[in-house]
Write a protein that binds this ligand. Structure first.
Ligand code: SF4
Length: 498
């Protein structure tokens, strides 16, 4: 029996359009099912439907979700509460909004232990009762969990509040909370998106080890094909609220069938794409309510043919069990599948063949778009020149707040960027990348060094000079003013620059 069985799930706005439309999949114990797709295709809403945590105005309209054979939609809310965090836990995408800002991270993990984990059965938290974190075994377990997810100095961090942690650390606290209840099924919504590569590898390894030890099933929601390749046993590709392809990881990576899946693979950078523009999928996922008849991917599909615009494709299961929602593979046109297989553009197998041909000098190399790669005969002109940039923060101590030392966040960095080129700054969380970016725009004052933009000195110059340099911040929730409408935010930016 499957651990989780989702059958024909439809979730939508009350009395309106479906956000998740007729989705079915199963997850066995110890297995990872990855739900893959771009933003806005309904992945997170699928997860919230399973947890029965849908926002106001959205409801499960039909279908079934069963955990260990028990229908979750039939459970009273009181019983569902003991399922959440216990048998089924979820790691949310945005840890900044998911953690309680007025509780220490240790208290939040201890609460899960108290309700669902080792401390289960104890009285539920109450104001008259000391925090469970004060109990020796519980605090030790909290520290162990923080340690497991790679939080340095866990014994100190356990007493800190979420605002004292970086985005990556908050995400790791969320993972520790999810694992504290030893769930049978973990729903992980983009669990490593905010993490740098080294921490990402640690967290994925931790999830894999936990799965091997406990036989935990996992629904992994991601847009990252690298994470899918590393973690998934089965994969479902979602587009505009529907699963358009489903199969084993191996089948999907060797022979992606749906044109959308093929385009996702084709968009990956690889050795052969050096100095060439990356393949992009034109257009975007259709907004809710604008889905008409025919295939939802038709406006973006380069293999569209007459029936695609008139009839919605039905689900077709092929001989090897791989399923796809596309007219190319449907009965009646199935004979064309064989011919199509030879030109799977995005598969790894196809790519290897293509690269082999290139190495042998066969086939024409695509000409780079003009302006992307500068001619070797023109000298690049430097747009940004940074020399020996330093940003040091004082450490103040004592009642008089005397400077007792310095944190050297950026220390003697020099770099230059030519017009039309991109410089990638790579490093772990906390290594000074963001501080360097802010110092270039003087959003934090540099301690020393020189920043020249288009021939003008920025350090010590007028603030208006930074109009020609802009920054996109890491966390949109913290950057956008929640009291202002989108148009007002854009207008404010434009009037400040004019
Ligand atoms: S049904 Fe037609 S438009 Fe849709 S993905 Fe298949 S070929 Fe493309």
């Amino acid at each position: 029996m499957s651990l989780l069985k989702v059958s024909n799930l439809v979730t939508g706005l009350q009395g309106g359009a479906a956000v998740v439309d007729d989705i079915s999949f199963e997850i066995a114990a110890g297995e990872t099912f990855a739900l893959l797709g771009e933003s806005g295709c309904g992945k997170s809403m699928t997860a919230l439907s399973l947890m029965r945590l849908l926002p106001d105005g959205v409801a499960n309209q039909s279908g079934q979700v069963a955990l260990n054979g028990v229908s979750l939609f039939g459970l009273p809310e009181r019983e569902m509460r003991s399922v959440r965090g216990g048998k089924m836990a979820m790691i949310f995408q945005e840890p900044g909004l998911s953690l309680n800002p007025v509780m220490t991270v240790g208290e939040q993990i201890a609460e899960v232990l108290e309700l669902h984990g080792e401390g289960q059965g104890a009285t539920i938290l109450s104001p008259s009762r000391p925090s469970p974190l004060q109990r020796e075994g519980v605090s030790q377990r909290c520290i162990e969990l923080l340690d497991q997810v790679g939080i340095p100095d866990a014994a100190r961090r356990v007493y800190e509040y979420p605002f004292q942690l970086s985005g990556g650390m908050k995400q790791r606290v969320m993972i520790a909370m999810a694992l504290a209840g030893q769930p049978q099924l973990l729903v992980a919504d983009e669990p490593t998106t905010a993490l740098d590569v080294t921490i990402q590898a640690q967290v994925l390894q931790l999830l894999r080890e936990t799965q091997e030890k406990s036989g935990m099933g996992m629904l992994l929601i991601t847009h990252d094909l690298g994470v899918v390749a590393e973690m998934a046993h089965q994969v479902g590709v979602m587009y505009a609220g529907q699963i358009v392809e489903r199969g084993s990881r191996k089948d999907l990576f060797v022979q992606p069938l749906h044109p959308y899946t093929q385009k996702l693979f084709a968009a990956l950078p690889h050795e052969g794409s050096r100095n060439r523009p990356l393949a992009a999928i034109p257009g975007s996922v259709p907004p809710l309510g604008s889905i008409g008849q025919g295939c939802r991917f038709a406006p973006r599909c380069d293999r569209v043919f007459a029936p695609c615009r008139e009839e919605a494709p039905v689900w077709t299961t092929l001989a090897d069990g791989q399923g796809v929602r596309c007219h190319i593979y449907a009965a009646g046109v199935a004979g064309r599948v064989k011919g199509e297989e030879g030109r799977v553009e995005g598969s790894l197998a196809g790519r290897e063949k293509e690269e082999g041909r290139r190495e042998k000098g066969e086939g024409k190399r695509e000409k780079p778009r003009s302006g992307i790669v500068p001619s070797p005969f023109t000298l690049p002109s430097s747009l940004l020149q940074v020399s020996d940039l330093r940003v040091h923060f004082p450490i103040r101590k004592g009642i008089l707040q005397r400077v007792a030392g310095q944190v050297k966040a950026v220390d003697g960095v020099s770099l230059s960027i030519e017009k039309g080129r991109t410089l990638a700054l790579v490093g772990e969380s906390g290594c000074g990348k963001t501080t360097l970016g802010k110092a270039l725009l003087r959003l934090v004052p540099p301690t020393g060094g020189c920043v020249q933009f288009d021939g003008r000195e920025m350090v010590g110059g007028r603030a208006q000079q930074r109009a020609s340099m802009q920054m996109v911040f890491q966390d949109p929730y913290a950057s956008l003013n929640p009291k202002m409408r989108v148009a007002e935010i854009l207008e404010e930016g434009m009037s400040a620059l004019s």
